[in-house]
Design a protein around this ligand. Structure first.
Ligand code: GDP
Ligand code: MG
Length: 184
């Protein structure tokens, strides 16, 4: 079964970097240090037949610009200052549409920042759409961060729905790929 998988989360958590890792060399998303660089949805097709050549499976990956990019750029506010009630105004249409069209949502968070109020809002929204959601706890670059992922259980995910990754170093990406493959 081919799947549509979207990458959702606040700006700068590493969505585009994860997209690039999952795509391997086939297609590249734009990554940038400035929040909000990927303003629209960005599609790529990746193949999950690495281990089982008889059963080639393609997935469509959707990278999104995430949430409220321009507001953050222009006002300099961080998410803690953003009122969760404004959520529906500031979430981009593209993120809405990406969630709607997905079979699986990869909700990406930054382990270094911990759980921010806005992360809870996003998680609740995805759940309300009744979408299968996996939490990708990214920027887990070193063993010294071991245990830092536990706080993210607050977002209501089980063990088998949480993946720790470092898109920068490649950590956890193969496990994520294997789990997606099994899901197909
Ligand atoms: P997006 O806005 O969510 O798409 O985030 P990007 O993929 O554009 O990444 C934002 C910044 O975080 C870039 O400077 C990336 O190089 C950096 N980044 C992404 N993944 C990691 C990671 O696992 N560890 C570290 N240290 N930096 C990362
Ligand atoms: Mg991006």
């Amino acid at each position: 079964r081919s799947m549509i998988i979207s990458l959702i989360g606040r700006p700068n958590v590493g969505k585009s970097s994860i997209f690039n890792r999952l795509m391997k060399k086939q297609h590249k998303a734009i990554t940038h240090d400035m929040p909000g660089v990927t303003r629209d949805r960005h599609y790529g097709i990746t193949s999950f037949n690495d281990k089982d050549e008889d059963r080639p499976l393609d997935a469509i990956l959707v990278d999104t610009g995430g949430f409220y990019p321009t507001q953050v750029d222009e006002s300099g506010k961080n998410d803690q200052e953003v009122n969760a009630n404004k959520f529906f105004n500031i979430m981009t249409d593209h993120a809405h549409q990406a969630i709607e069209e997905s079979d699986l949502v990869l909700f990406v968070v930054d382990v270094r920042e911990g759980v921010l109020p806005f992360d809870k809002t996003i998680a609740n929204y995805i759940r309300k759409q009744k979408k299968k959601m996996w939490l990708v706890v990214n920027k887990y670059d070193s063993e010294s961060q071991s245990g830092d992922e536990y706080s993210f259980y607050e977002l209501g995910v089980n063990d088998d729905e949480m993946f720790v990754t470092s898109a920068a170093h490649g950590r956890g990406m193969e496990t994520l790929r294997e789990n997606i493959h099994e899901e197909m």
